[in-house]
Design a protein around this ligand. Sequence first.
Ligand SMILES: [Ca+2]
Ligand SMILES: [Ca+2]
Ligand SMILES: [Ca+2]
Length: 324
Amino acid sequence: MSVKVPRAVAFSLALSTLVAGTSAHADGVGAGTLIENTASATYDDGTGSVTIPSNTVSVRVDELLDVTLTSLNSGPVAAEPGSAVLTFEITNTGNGPEAFTLTANPSVPGNDFDSTVDLIAVDTNGNGVYDPGIDQILTGPETTPVLDAEENLTLFVIVTVPGEVADGEQSDVDLLAEAVTGTGAPGTVFAGQGVDGGDAIVGANGASANAIGTLLVGITSVDLIKSATIADRFGGTSAVPGSVVSYTITANVTGSGSVSDLVVSDTFPTGTTYSNGTLKLDSGSLTDADDADVGEATSTDISVDLGTVAGGTSRTITFDVIID
Ligand SMILES: [Ca+2]
Ligand SMILES: [Ca+2]
Ligand SMILES: [Ca+2]
């Protein structure tokens, strides 16, 4: 009988790492996750292979508190006296669920004027636009819903621009977001206040963030100036029956913004009759018919639809009537 000679005692050490609990996040393992580690050894004692485990070491991942805040407005928001909306995005850059307290400061040094903050709302329906009656208005102290790690949310700060502002004036609004659990120097520990009773630890940016939204006042106004020249049948300028009265209407749009739906109209004065085909815009003829061009003349009046007109623009309308 030959005895099978056991192989030389084999000893190996295998490490197994088990990540249990909440899933990992893009920039770190989720708070409350248990990282468990057990070593094992395998050897042959002469009667066969034996495997023994070590005890398991278990590490619970603490909760990091952090946040970023950015303005979603591509530049200054055009404003005029009355309501204006500034748009921001908050992202929970910690690794656990956290809510954030919001504070909007409209009195930023350097402002040409200060707005007043009316309310802060969240974009409940996620369309990027403030929808009164749909998007949830936060009540003081304004606090976001609990955001999961990596979750972001669009916020609106609705302000009122005062009545006495001038065209071109600017004003900043500074929105601050702070982790509800706490803020402080990076590394500050809030014992037991993290996920599953772990600690909450202030992250690299202090568990708070701010962002600036800017209002730019664009007050645009329209001045309408009308004049007339007269040509009588005798080569003179007398207003007698048969004389032609040429009216010129100039619309001056001033300011840094624009006006929309600008329509200039004029009713022919009593005792006159429109001279067909004389309607012009900036010296270009318009048909009397209600057609594709912007002008129209009836037996009683003319109208010219200038649409949207930017500040700094003048448009001139002319037409003739004949004295009856
Ligand atoms: Ca938390
Ligand atoms: Ca909305
Ligand atoms: Ca026309």
